[in-house]
Design a protein around this ligand. Structure first.
Ligand code: SF4
Length: 155
């Protein structure tokens, strides 16, 4: 999927726009998720998310997606899983010191962010990865957070 994820980064603006339509739709469906039960929806949603994002971004299902802040390049593909920029080992050709055949995820992230409408989000400092969320649907957790923020709604 390496080629696909390069292609996605080159078209990061398109994917940014798609996600900006997709997220409010998911949030709007909160009453449905609530009615069905978030616990029950988790497994099918996770399967869809894993399939779609695995294909497009080589998603590792960290459960806390930051693609919109990283130029649509998934930082979990960095061998050191760095979430706040590159290490000091980026090669002069922009490739990874651990996997020389791979372009540094953060070189990609910077390039992708430059195409995006809200590319400045790359400057936001990301929290450390919470490994308890690994394997869970980040889509659903975004919906839960938004619903709570919007209406103080419980799941
Ligand atoms: S940041 Fe996490 S959820 Fe988003 S694509 Fe990467 S591994 Fe998947």
């Amino acid at each position: 999927m390496y080629k696909v994820r390069h292609w996605v980064v080159r078209h990061s603006r398109v994917f940014e726009s798609l996600y900006r339509c997709f997220e409010p739709l998911l949030v709007k469906l909160h009453p449905l998720w609530k009615r069905l039960g978030y616990a029950r929806v988790e497994a099918p949603m996770r399967a869809v998310e894993k399939g779609v994002k695995g294909l497009l971004f080589d998603c590792q299902m960290c459960g806390q997606c930051v693609l919109s802040s990283t130029g649509m390049a998934c930082p979990m593909n960095c061998p050191k899983t760095l979430r706040n920029g590159p290490c000091g080992g980026v090669r002069s050709d922009g490739h990874c010191e651990v996997k020389p055949e791979m372009k540094c995820v953060w070189v990609e992230a910077w390039a992708g962010s430059q195409n995006m409408r809200h590319g400045e989000r790359i400057h936001v400092v990301q929290q450390p990865v919470d490994y308890r969320l690994r394997g869970s649907s980040s889509w659903l957790s975004v919906v839960r957070e938004q619903a709570q923020r919007n209406n103080g709604d419980e799941q």
